[in-house]
Design a protein around this ligand. Structure first.
Ligand SMILES: [Zn+2]
Length: 368
C-alpha cells in the first residue's frame, strides 16, 4: 500500500502575524480546554502556544482578545458537496478543510481554483466523480449535476477510471452501492476498484444503501463508509461489529436521523469503531459551517464531547493524511476557530464564531 495523499501546499505562505491572547485552548486532541493561553501564528503556521504571561505577541501582530472564548482547530468536514454554498460562507462558519465526495470535474476545478485563496474558501480535498454501476445511484439523483457519477461496466473500465481519478488528484475514491435505487457494482468489480486505489495509495469510501451492500463493501476491503447505511431496517449486529473492526465511518446522521442509523452508529462506537466527522453538506439539514446537530448526534451515539470535537479535528486530519492540520500546536497550519464560551460543556458555542483563519489568513466576513 502506498502513502496517503500529501497535504495541499499552502498557496499563500505570506500570512501576516496574528496573536490570540488570554484564550482557552482546545488543542483538538480530545482533552479539556487549557485556560489563559496565548497563541501566535505567522507565515501560515502556529508559532507559539503558551501561558499569556509567558508568550508576548510579536511586534506588528494583529492582536485578538480571547477573553471568554475558546480557540480550537478549524473543523475538517470529511463529506461535503461544496458547490451548494459559497465557499467563503462555509469557511466563515468554522470549517477550514473539506473533502468533497462527488462532483463533476469541470465544476470541481473552479472550486479548486477558488480554494487557492485561503481567506475565501476551505482547503479542498476531493473525490471527483463517483464510481457506480450503469444506471446506478446517483446517475438519476436530482441533486447531482451531469457528470457527478461515472458509470463503469466491468473490472477493466473500473481500474481505468480509478487511474484517471488518481491522476487528476483524487484524495479518495468514492463508490456508490445504493441497492435501494438502482443496480450496484458487482463484488469482483468493487474488489478491482479497491485494489486499483490501493496501488495508488488511495482509500475507497462507499455510499451504502443497506446490509447486503455493507457486507459487500466490507468483503471487498472498502476502508470507509461515507454515511451510516440508510436502510431503516438497520444492519445485523454481527455485521456492525465486523464493520467496527475494519472501517472508518463518517456517519452523517443529521441528514437522516432515523432510529436505525442512530442505533447502528451507537453500536459501532461501542465496539470501538472509528468515527470521523462529516455532514454531507448540500443535503438537507447541515448548515454551511460547523454542524452542531451532527456533533450532538455523535455524542448521543456514544462519543464524549471531546471525542466528537477530535473527530472533526485531529482524528479527521490523521484519517485524511493531513499531518499538519487539525491541532493547535507549534508547527501546525494556522487553521483557527475562535468561539464564545466552551464547546466542551456547550456544543452550541460553536455557532458563536468570533474569528476563523485558514493558513493564517482571516476568513472573509468574520468579526476579527
Ligand atoms: Zn454526499
Amino acid at each position: 500500500m502506498g502513502g496517503l495523499p500529501l497535504s495541499p501546499p499552502n498557496p499563500r505562505p505570506d500570512a501576516p502575524p496574528l496573536a490570540v491572547v488570554g484564550v482557552a485552548v482546545l488543542d483538538g486532541g480530545g482533552g479539556p480546554p487549557v485556560p489563559g493561553q496565548t497563541v501566535v501564528a505567522a507565515g501560515g503556521l502556529i508559532e507559539r502556544v503558551g501561558p499569556t504571561d509567558e508568550v508576548a505577541p510579536p511586534a506588528g501582530a494583529a492582536v485578538v482578545d480571547g477573553t471568554g472564548a475558546t480557540l480550537l482547530p478549524g473543523f475538517i468536514d470529511a463529506h461535503v458537496h461544496l458547490d451548494f454554498y459559497p465557499p467563503a460562507q462555509v469557511l466563515a462558519g468554522g470549517v477550514t478543510t473539506v473533502r468533497d465526495l462527488g462532483w463533476p470535474p469541470a465544476r470541481l476545478a473552479a472550486l479548486q481554483e477558488g480554494a487557492t485563496t485561503p481567506g475565501a474558501s476551505p482547503r479542498l480535498l476531493a473525490a471527483g466523480q463517483i464510481l457506480t454501476a450503469p444506471g446506478g445511484y446517483p446517475t438519476r439523483a436530482p441533486w447531482a449535476p451531469p457528470g457527478t457519477a461515472r458509470p463503469v461496466e466491468g473490472a477493466v473500465a473500473a481500474a481505468r477510471a480509478v487511474g484517471e481519478l488518481a491522476e487528476t488528484g483524487a484524495a479518495v475514491i468514492k463508490v456508490a452501492l445504493d441497492d435501494r435505487v438502482g443496480p450496484t457494482l458487482p463484488a469482483p468489480v468493487l474488489a478491482t476498484v479497491v485494489a486499483a486505489a490501493a496501488e495508488r495509495g488511495l482509500e475507497v469510501t462507499a455510499h451504502v444503501g443497506g446490509a447486503a451492500e455493507a457486507a459487500k463493501a466490507l468483503a471487498a476491503g472498502v476502508g470507509e463508509l461515507a454515511h451510516w447505511p440508510f436502510d431503516p431496517a438497520g444492519l445485523p449486529e454481527a455485521l456492525v461489529d465486523a464493520l467496527a473492526e475494519a472501517v472508518v465511518a463518517v456517519p452523517t446522521l443529521h441528514i437522516d436521523p432515523t432510529p436505525a442509523r442512530r442505533a447502528g452508529t451507537r453500536r459501532f462506537v461501542a465496539r470501538g469503531g472509528r468515527v470521523v466527522y462529516g455532514t454531507d453538506l448540500g443535503n438537507q439539514g447541515p448548515p454551511p459551517g460547523v454542524d452542531v446537530e451532527e456533533l450532538r448526534l455523535l455524542v448521543e451515539a456514544g462519543l464524549s464531547a471531546g471525542q466528537a470535537l477530535a473527530a472533526a479535528t485531529s482524528v479527521a486530519a490523521a484519517h485524511l493524511g493531513l499531518d499538519d492540520a487539525g491541532r493547535i500546536a507549534p508547527g501546525a497550519r494556522a487553521d483557527l476557530l475562535l468561539v464564545d464560551g466552551d464547546p466542551m460543556t456547550d456544543l452550541g458555542a460553536l455557532e458563536r464564531v468570533r474569528l476563523v483563519t485558514r493558513d493564517g489568513w482571516v476568513a472573509a466576513n468574520s468579526a476579527g
